[in-house]
Ligand binder design. Structure first.
Ligand SMILES: *[C@@H]1O[C@H](CO)[C@@H](O)[C@H](O)[C@H]1NC(C)=O
Length: 148
């Protein structure tokens, strides 16, 4: 949806796989159901877009909403930046304890997650494929590091 570090990408991927109706993002809490639906529709059709394209589509959509939503979205973006910084720090800390195999896999996963020319669908597919190709112990090492 927005530029995300790997941990967030994986969490969102899991969310997409396991949940039918995602809760509305914080900037749409309290918004009319029709507005939330419109936003979900936008996201549902954005699988073929790259992250910068999705960001642009979301920004364009938000620009047409109420002042309340616009200002909440601005706050949301700032909050998200902070969380990304925190996630990067957590990632760096986890990386320090990884086995060489997990480090190698992590570098490949991060390259996919950070690739701005991949669409959301490609990203999710390539990440699942890579995770699926890892030996069980390496995958467990990476997954365990993501549980907070
Ligand atoms: C991004 O993905 C494309 C398509 O898989 C690939 O050709 C390109 O080399 C990747 N770029 C980086 C920086 O990894």
């Amino acid at each position: 949806m927005f530029f995300k570090p790997l941990f967030v990408v994986l969490a969102v991927t899991a969310c997409v796989v396991y949940s039918q109706a995602p809760p509305p993002p914080p900037f749409l809490v309290g918004a009319p159901a029709s507005t939330v639906n419109e936003f979900n529709q936008l996201l549902a059709t954005s699988g073929g877009l790259t992250d910068p394209q999705i960001d642009a589509a979301v920004d364009a959509w938000v620009a047409k909403q109420s002042d309340d939503i616009k200002s909440k979205h601005e706050q949301f973006k700032q909050e998200k930046n902070k969380q990304q910084e925190a996630a990067k720090a957590a990632h760096a800390a986890a990386l320090a304890n990884f086995s060489p195999e997990a480090k190698d896999a992590d570098a490949k996963l991060s390259a996919i997650a950070d690739n701005l020319s991949l669409t959301a669908q490609d990203k999710s597919q390539q990440i699942q494929q890579l995770l699926g190709s890892l030996p069980a112990n390496v995958r467990q090492e990476i997954e365990a590091s993501m549980q907070g």
